[in-house]
Ligand binder design. Structure first.
Ligand SMILES: *Cc1c(COP(=O)(O)O)cnc(C)c1O
Length: 449
């Protein structure tokens, strides 16, 4: 039996209809370098989606690899209750300097969903312990995504992931999210006054009394198809949360660490959330790690004599893993030494202009939207009505398969194709990715017309 046959014999791949694998076999990756992955035959794949948005500074980045190797010689893991270690301590000290201000206390876990669960429980318990036992519900935005564990799914709104599980989820209060491409107020991104914020205002008027927290993906609803909305929305939300004493949770798992052009998406709004969840880019894509970071105010509501029973009784075995912390420290070091944000913003302009030149004239591209290096192309059957392709056609998936043959990993989100490359991608790599992308779109849409 060869490796592919054995893979199919044993492995249940994530987020996949396994029957699709009969036709499209798993690609067995042997090694990675920079923006490229290589299979066992040496075929190269340009990883324009950063291996599910986590690979931040290239595969096998020599500096991160060296930092993890060094830590491996000292200690690989240690219980994080009552014990600590230098990488975790130094990491928090250094993160303090780059996260939105006011966020001061760090609670470690090992994946994005887990950090969201911690944020939800923390918010609930904060309200409970500060005299608001009636605040038991959560608010979220429609089309939001916060992970796939039960709590995270409950505050997510994407039927694709949640529908079948509805009977076992808590019911959250869902606010209609901004939809800038198909704006119901018929505004453009240039003359928008966040009219859609009225949905949030109404929800708060009706439900804030029973709500402990609201969770949002700031500026970029990733899984929904890289939907981008303006910072003014976050500013207004910050004010509303203050007025009604609702905790504001920023899920920056996808947007953190320079993806949106600033270190964190909330920085665009000149405001701070009460809780921030970070993961994906945190270790550069090296180790599973996440942190839920909050304010002194929230932390203090848990700080009491043991007998009062106010502690946050929440743990994960791999909390604060030293290998993850040393990878994350190396990431921050690279940001400082290599001016990562400045260079990424130059290449962000280049990427967007190249994509526009190559594709904006195409009859099936409705919009190319961008924030930092993230660029999303909305595939439409009709540009005038903005009608998308029938999902049964799986147009995005067909383009994905075509691009894979040509050596580009362009995994779609329904009818949206996107680039979310490592921040260190080079111009010639952008050039190559844009060209394969345009060819693949051309070939597939030609066929379906
Ligand atoms: C990926 C993601 C999560 C979930 O993180 P996992 O590590 O996959 O559990 C949560 N929220 C957002 C915005 C994400 O992009």
């Amino acid at each position: 039996m060869n490796l592919i046959e054995k893979d199919l014999k044993y492995i249940w791949h994530p987020c996949s209809q396994m029957k699709d694998y009969e036709e499209m076999k798993p690609i067995i990756i042997d090694r990675g370098e920079g923006v490229y992955l290589y299979d066992r035959d040496g075929k190269e794949y340009l990883d324009i989606i950063s291996s599910w948005w986590c690979n931040l500074l290239g595969h096998c980045n020599p500096k991160i690899s060296a930092a993890v190797k060094q830590q491996l010689e000292k200690v690989e893991h240690v219980i994080f209750a009552n014990f600590s270690h230098e990488p975790a301590i130094r990491l928090c000290e250094q993160l303090s300097e780059v996260i939105p201000k006011g966020l001061t206390k760090f609670n470690f876990s090992d994946n994005g969903s887990a950090s969201v669960e911690a944020a939800l429980k923390m918010s609930f318990q904060y309200q409970y312990q500060t005299g608001h036992k009636e605040k038991v519900k959560f608010m979220c935005l429609s089309e939001g995504y916060h992970g796939e564990t039960i709590g995270a799914l409950s505050v997510g709104s994407m039927d694709l992931y949640a529908k079948i599980y509805k009977p076992m989820l808590m019911d959250a209060i869902q606010i209609t999210a901004p939809d800038c491409y198909r704006c119901p107020y018929e505004k453009s991104r240039d003359n928008c006054s966040t009219e859609c914020f009225e949905h949030a205002e109404r929800a708060f008027e009706e439900h804030a009394d029973e709500t402990c927290a609201i969770i949002v993906e700031p500026l970029l609803q990733g899984s929904a198809g890289m939907r981008i909305y303006p910072p003014a929305y976050l500013k207004k939300l910050r004010k509303l949360c203050d007025k009604y004493e609702v905790i504001l949770i920023a899920d920056e798992i996808a947007t953190g660490f320079g993806r949106t052009g600033k270190m964190f998406a909330f920085d665009h709004a000149g405001a701070s959330p009460d809780i921030i969840c970070i993961s994906k880019g945190l270790t550069g894509g090296y180790m599973p790690m996440a942190i839920t970071i909050t304010t002194d105010k929230i932390y203090d509501a848990f700080y009491a004599d043991y007998s009062e029973g106010k502690a946050f009784m929440h743990s994960h075995t791999y909390s604060g893993n030293p290998l993850g912390c040393s990878a994350a420290l190396a990431v921050l070091n690279i940001f400082r030494e290599e001016s990562v944000l400045e260079n990424a913003s130059k290449r962000a302009e280049y990427l967007n202009s190249r994509l526009n030149e190559a594709l904006m004239g195409h009859p099936n591209i409705g919009e190319i939207r961008h924030l930092g290096l993230v660029n999303a192309m909305e595939l439409v059957a009709d540009r005038n009505t903005k009608r998308g392709f029938d999902s049964g056609l799986r147009t995005g998936y067909q383009i994905y398969k075509k691009a894979l043959e040509k050596g580009l990993i362009l995994r779609p989100l329904g009818n949206v194709l996107y680039f979310n490359p490592p921040l260190t991608i080079k111009e010639e790599e952008i050039e190559k990715a844009v060209s394969i992308c345009a060819q693949s779109i051309g070939e597939v849409t030609q066929r379906s017309r």
